[in-house]
Design a protein around this ligand. Structure first.
Ligand code: HSE
Length: 307
């Protein structure tokens, strides 16, 4: 195989209670990427459409993730060319950088006859994430690569688990067209968590995971709360509380900040409710002087894939 075209899905990190450890994969939107093996050595990004992002390999998330992978591979006398077709806006909170990182490591690995396992690919992808956000988090890269819901049980050593996806779960995401950089959204966080809040939080993480295993939508709903991060970050997102309340009023199981924002997500049982939630989110946002997109998506149980 000399060339591969891949679909690189958007993701929702944190899922309310699981800051830096929980994530899920969306059906849409997603980027596309073409990766070619070339006789010219090194990694060269030859084209980026859809967004204004750096072509220099070391300054580009996909470039850095590709270099991290090749650094661990035996010396080679060939290289790779990458074309990126971005549909996920950087700074949107639905894993734009993770899609680029996951797509490139998946594609190159295929062209290297699957030299690395998925744990390795997550590690390489995280290097790209670090360039984008200054932090080595895996809660977008893991679901982008594995699909479905994922849990980062441990970062050191890296231990990532794929969790089950209840069949009727759908996500609604509203993306206000303002940029919140992950690095900025991380800088507002406190480094210490009061024990009382931690107790509530890990109860909810356990409850959410149990709900995913048992298809218990009520338990999922009871567990979609964030005591720790949301109160500090929600002030960066106009209309956050109103969107969340409107979603829950029409039947969403829960709602929160998607990744580091500004996107807001809701999870619902069934597509009809998820669409209604999208309609209500739009109605709320029409009162703000901010453009927005709404995405309704099934949870994608397979991650990045060849197209
Ligand atoms: N867990 C990361 C954060 C995800 O919330 O900062 C960034 O998309």
């Amino acid at each position: 195989m000399e060339e591969i075209k891949v679909f690189c899905p958007a993701t929702i990190a944190n899922i309310a209670c699981g800051f830096d450890v929980l994530g899920l994969c969306l059906d849409n939107p997603g980027d596309e990427m073409i990766i070619k093996k070339t006789s010219k050595k090194g990694v060269h990004i030859t084209k980026i459409e859809g967004q204004d992002l750096p072509l220099e390999t070391e300054k580009n998330v996909a470039g850095v993730a590709a270099l991290a992978l090749l650094n661990e591979y035996k010396p080679i006398d060939f290289g790779f060319e990458i074309e990126i077709y971005k549909k996920i806006k950087p700074g949107s909170g639905i894993g734009s950088s993770a899609a680029s990182a996951a797509g490139v490591v998946f594609g190159i690995n295929k062209l290297l006859n699957n030299a690395f396992n998925s744990n390795d690919l997550i590690k390489f992808g995280m290097q790209g994430e670090q360039l984008a956000s200054g932090a080595l988090h895996a809660d977008n890269v893991a679901p982008a690569l594995l699909g479905g819901f994922t849990l980062v049980r441990s970062y050191s050593p890296l231990d990532v688990l794929k969790l089950p996806t209840p069949n009727q779960l759908h996500a609604t995401v509203i993306h206000p067209q303002i940029e919140v950089k992950t690095a900025d959204a991380r800088s507002v966080l406190k480094h210490n968590v009061p024990l009382k809040k931690a107790i509530v939080q890990w109860g909810n993480v356990g409850g959410l995971i149990s709900g995913l295993y048992t298809n218990d939508y009520d338990l999922i709903s009871r567990s979609l709360h964030d005591e720790i991060v949301e109160p500090l970050r929600s002030v960066l997102i106009p209309g956050f509380a109103m969107v969340k309340q409107a979603s829950i009023n029409v039947g969403a199981l829960g709602s929160g900040i998607s990744g580091s924002g500004p996107s807001i997500f809701a999870l619902s049982k069934g597509e009809e409710t998820a669409k209604l939630v999208g309609k209500k989110m739009s109605e709320v946002y029409k009162n703000f002087n901010v453009d927005f997109d709404v995405h309704v998506s099934k949870i994608k149980t397979t991650g990045v894939h060849e197209i």
